[in-house]
Ligand binder design. Structure first.
Ligand SMILES: [Zn+2]
Length: 389
């Protein structure tokens, strides 16, 4: 593969570290090159930390994602940099000669080295945040793998959470951090060019520094940031769960009907878009998430439903009781001998155990393995339990 010339934007957007041991907040911005709002937001935060010499506990480290795509204002040049963070792809890439790298391989190799360094030099738990924007309008929201620590830290920002996207998309950057047991989530700040989007990202970062106990108490005026989040998320549910992903390829020639915003309600049968075969309708009553309004992308839209806070409490209780250890006693269900975070389900025997039970216990990533279904749960390092308490 050939590589286009590398632009002059720096990989490391900045570091703020006053030497006090504590959490590391690692921020990635612009892994999609048409989403520069996150870069602007994290630069603003770093500038204020520096200008006011804020005595932070722990450190903030920020990286630019797809630098060559950012320089051209496009999502990516050769491949989506936010799709190949799974272990098999990374192993293959690292075994290959770097001179054969395409544009995104080059970016990923540099980011991998940077991420490894963050983990090696941490003097406390790490929290990874990936800043995105979307082609549709709507309030900001967070996407995360379903661990109790991820949920608690993410909820502390006051921004609505979406469960189930991380597990649906293979190879997002979050996957790399989840596999290492690090607390992580993606922030969708709003529409790419919307005037509030940079402010939403900035507000999430400040509120996170506060809830993680990194910002000095009472020294910073965080009211404007709280007000910004309240304003931009008013009337939205606090947690929704993805129930459907409408994947597309170029041949589908899919187009979303104009006017859909994130979190919009649709009725069963309501038209969401059109593809080569005709209208694409909602299969049931639900909310539309991430409707595609740009040329590049392999997800047309996601469908979600609200989660009653009662079930969040039930899930927390079940996992606190470590009930996942008992699922191996259910008929047709056994633990994967090679991976303690995966259960193997024989759908012919275990069809009574609806996937909801597995979801409650955190087993959300579903794959076929021969005649069996494999459900994998994300794990979380023990030190994460101290975060955002
Ligand atoms: Zn993105």
């Amino acid at each position: 593969m050939t590589r286009t010339e590398t632009p002059a934007i720096r990989r490391e957007l900045g570091v703020w570290d006053c030497g006090a041991a504590g959490p590391t907040l690692c921020v990635l911005a612009g892994i999609h090159g048409n989403e520069p709002a996150g870069v602007q937001a994290v630069l603003r935060v770093l500038e204020r930390l520096r200008d006011q010499a804020v005595p932070l506990v722990g450190r903030v480290v920020a990286f630019g994602g797809n630098l060559s795509a950012l320089a051209r204002g496009v999502r990516f040049l050769q491949r989506d940099l936010n799709r190949q963070w799974g272990e098999p792809h990374i192993v293959r890439m690292l075994e290959r000669d770097p001179t054969e790298d395409g544009d995104e391989d080059y970016e990923q190799r540099a980011l991998l080295a940077a991420f490894e360094r963050v983990i090696q030099t941490a003097r406390g738990p790490v929290v990874f945040v990936d800043l995105h924007t979307s082609s549709a309008d709507g309030p900001p929201f967070l996407c995360l793998a379903d661990t109790i620590d991820n949920r608690r830290v993410a909820l502390s920002t006051g921004v609505p959470l979406i469960l189930g996207i991380e597990e649906t998309i293979d190879g997002a950057s979050l996957e790399w951090w989840s596999q290492r047991g690090v607390v992580n989530f993606a922030v969708e700040g709003g529409r790419h060019q919307h005037p509030e989007t940079v402010g939403n990202h900035e507000a999430v970062l400040w509120l996170l520094l506060d809830s993680l106990g990194m910002a000095p108490k009472g020294k910073l005026d965080l009211r404007p940031f709280r007000e910004q989040i309240e304003r931009s998320t008013r009337g939205q549910p606090s947690v929704v769960e993805i129930v459907h992903r409408h994947a597309i390829s170029e041949q589908d020639r899919y187009v979303t009907k104009p006017g859909y915003k994130n979190f919009d309600f649709v009725r069963r049968g309501q038209q969401i878009g059109t593809d080569a075969r005709g209208p694409v309708n909602a299969p049931y009553d639900c909310r539309v998430m991430l409707p595609l309004y740009q040329a590049l992308g392999d997800d047309a839209f996601f469908l979600a439903r609200d989660i009653n806070p009662f079930w969040l409490t039930v899930a927390r209780l079940l996992r606190w009781l470590r009930l996942h250890r008992l699922v191996g006693w259910m008929p047709g269900v056994r633990h994967d001998p090679d991976d303690m975070h995966t259960i193997l389900v024989d759908p012919r025997i275990a069809r009574w155990f609806v996937t909801e039970v597995f979801h409650l216990l955190g087993f959300r990533k579903e794959r076929k393995r021969g005649k069996l279904l494999a459900f994998t749960r994300r794990w979380s390092r023990r030190e994460n339990a101290r975060l955002a308490r």
